[in-house]
Design a protein around this ligand. Structure first.
Ligand SMILES: [Zn+2]
Ligand SMILES: [Zn+2]
Length: 237
């Protein structure tokens, strides 16, 4: 069920067993925007049903926070235009060439191109991997971008992050949506934090003024509480 966080921001909560991330909905007077496309067309359908159940319009624009499958594989099923960072688009383009057969997936796992955690989750989400369809976004962003959708202005910013190198942060002024940007790096660092990347990201979050923060796989929380959590992680390194 869609949950309301602020006047303009709603979200479909993350799901633990499937690892489906939070999908955020920003309601403008002229347009509405989704942040992240989710893990599959089935995930998009669940999101859109939850939106229409609240008598809200289906989003006309979908913005991706990073390239990982659980945030991007639903892209082929979303309505309207799609936007991602240049680096996310580059990675998705590369993945459009990948074959999605059990054999090809096993080969990527063996070569280290795919990691066991994501491989297992993808197999849970898709009964047949042949159903996976990866597409590139319609538009890309590098640096900062602003979009007025009526009654709310969305500010987007691309940056490096502790989790992946292609992060895109989305702000509505009172809510900062970061995807998985504050989590460990699963692909490059075997689920570890890099000290410098984490320190830089903490500083970036400290320099913002949103009250709320939505991270990929947990309930929305206060930005200051997420910073405190990351500072504890930093001290443990
Ligand atoms: Zn995720
Ligand atoms: Zn991720």
């Amino acid at each position: 069920m869609l949950q309301q966080l602020t006047e303009r921001v709603w979200y479909l909560p993350h799901d633990e067993p499937s690892d489906r991330p939070v999908l955020t909905y920003i309601q403008g007077d002229q347009l509405s925007v989704a942040v992240d496309a989710g893990a599959s067309p089935a995930h998009v359908r669940e999101f859109y049903t939850a939106i229409t159940d609240q008598r809200l319009p289906i989003p006309e624009i979908t913005i991706l926070t990073h390239w990982h499958w659980d945030h991007s594989f639903g892209l082929c099923a979303v309505n309207g235009f799609t936007l991602a960072s240049k680096k996310t688009a580059k990675k998705l383009k590369e993945m459009t060439e990948w074959a999605w057969t059990p054999e090809a997936m096993a080969a990527r796992l063996a070569s280290g191109e795919e990691i066991p955690f994501c491989h297992e989750q993808i197999c849970l989400e898709y009964r047949r991997p042949e159903w996976i369809q990866i597409i590139e976004p319609d538009m890309t962003l590098e640096g900062e971008g602003t979009m007025d959708i009526g009654g709310v202005t969305i500010r987007s910013e691309t940056c490096d992050s502790p989790h992946s190198r292609d992060a895109l942060l989305v702000s509505t002024g009172d809510v900062l949506i970061i995807g998985d940007a504050g989590y460990e790096d699963f692909y490059e660092l075997d689920c570890q934090y890099d000290r410098e990347r984490l320190a830089a990201f903490i500083e970036k979050l400290k320099g913002r003024d949103e009250k709320w923060l939505i991270a990929g796989h947990e309930k929305p929380l206060l930005r200051k509480d997420f910073i405190a959590y990351l500072e504890t992680k930093y001290k443990e390194l």
